[in-house]
Design a protein around this ligand. Structure first.
Ligand SMILES: [Zn+2]
Length: 414
């Protein structure tokens, strides 16, 4: 094999590119592969690849960092003239080995993208000999490229909407996942209606009309915004959040009982109650012996608190059933809670009654935010990894790369 063909292969270019010369740059001992484009690949718009008229020589000859040859850095070098595209105006001409505006070859970008989703920050930076900020920019290019090829908004039918907080609750991301593929579809910084509306604006009314089910946490504005935009969708409320409401109500009762006991001069009993929080919170099957004893003690000595506990447990059980059975259980629970005479749970009764349709949709379709929760766990890890990127957009690109199914295979592998 001719050495030119060999180098063409090594830097990942096809017959549209002619290798002119291979030299060593003495200043940093790197290998520089000089290239030129064949006539039919020349002078195309960097954005749409349409053949365009030459505008000027741009900044002359340019270098793109390619994958190393062994331990030696490799650069591709070529002219980078500018063309005048009918649609995009003056742009730097297209080259087959790199993405538009990139200082690295496509293979280099892809390998960095693959590594950042498979290994640590330090490993990527050390191995590829690039700055962490550059990794952010590469993630952005790779994701943008992948989303042009495959629009993740196409064919959406069942979505989950949630918000995650990071940097100790100072920053928020709104996220949308596709329940059918398990992928992260969209994310944006912020947590308000206007932020979420951006998603629906991108989606457009035609595709929004095809969405049949939406799972969301119980923040009312999320549900409202989603159902306003997707006229055919049923909103499923997340069981996890509903159970959390019940746990909060139980805690209100516990504190109330504790205060009452203290006021009555029954300090000892109050003390016993103070340490039973976990016994009340945990699922009964997960209780330790000590916690189970606590619970038995509450059952004997504090009927009101124990009833509140049973109400919480009964509501939790609703979500372990499906369809008609779950609906019957939910309605029985509503009847019980309505007459229970425990203010926190009467309040919860009104809240659940108001959201009954969303809860029924959830137990009927079995759609929960479990998927978004698991995506969120991963995203929180990524928010820590992304520290040092130039912008939140780079963080979102990293998330989409990892959870959006946009990570390319390693270059040169099928
Ligand atoms: Zn163009």
């Amino acid at each position: 094999m001719q050495y030119r063909r060999l180098w063409a292969r090594a830097i990942g270019v096809d017959r549209r590119v002619v290798i002119e010369a291979v030299d060593v740059d003495e200043s940093d001992e790197s290998i520089v592969v000089g290239c030129r484009l064949r006539v039919n690949a020349k002078l195309r718009c960097g954005i749409c690849q349409r053949r365009s008229g030459r505008y000027d020589g741009g900044e002359g000859r340019r270098r793109w960092r390619a994958l190393d040859a062994g331990t030696t850095k490799v650069f591709v070098e070529a002219d980078a003239p500018r063309v005048n595209c009918r649609d995009h105006g003056v742009t730097v001409a297209w080259v087959p080995w790199a993405r538009h505006g990139a200082g690295h070859t496509r293979d280099f970008d892809d390998q960095v993208a693959w590594l950042v989703t498979h290994t640590s920050k330090t490993a990527v930076v050390e191995l590829m000999r690039i700055a962490w900020r550059t990794v952010g920019a590469i993630a952005a290019r790779v994701v943008a490229d992948a989303r042009v090829l495959r629009d993740p908004f196409d064919g959406l039918e069942r979505i989950g909407i949630d918000e995650i907080s990071y940097r100790r609750g100072h920053r928020y991301l709104m996220v949308v996942v596709d329940h059918d593929t398990g992928r992260l579809v969209w994310a944006k910084a912020g947590h308000d209606r206007a932020t979420l509306q951006c998603f629906f604006d991108l989606l457009g009314p035609e595709r929004a009309a095809k969405i049949g089910l939406i799972s969301a946490d119980a923040a009312e504005w999320i549900g409202e915004c989603a159902t306003t935009n997707c006229s055919n969708a049923t909103l499923c409320l997340d069981p996890f959040h509903i159970v959390r409401w019940a746990t909060q109500a139980l805690d209100v009762v516990r504190r109330w009982v504790w205060n009452t006991l203290r006021r009555m001069g029954l300090g000892d009993r109050a003390k016993q109650l103070k340490n039973c929080r976990y016994a009340l919170w945990k699922n009964p099957e997960d209780l330790t012996d000590r916690q189970a004893n606590k619970l038995a003690w509450i059952a004997r000595h504090n009927h009101r608190l124990y009833r509140a506990y049973l109400l919480k447990e009964q509501l939790r059980l609703v979500f372990q059933h499906r369809g008609d059975e779950a609906i019957a259980m939910l309605d029985a629970w509503l009847q019980w809670a309505r007459r229970c005479q425990i203010p926190a749970f009467v309040e919860l009764y009104h809240r659940i009654k108001k959201n009954r349709a969303g809860i029924i949709a959830s137990v009927t379709h079995g759609l929960s935010n479990g998927l978004t929760e698991s995506v969120n766990t991963k995203l929180r890890l990524l928010t820590r990894m992304a520290y040092g990127f130039r912008s939140t957009d780079n963080l979102i690109d990293l998330c989409l790369l990892d959870r959006g199914g946009h990570c390319p295979p390693l270059p040169g592998r099928p």
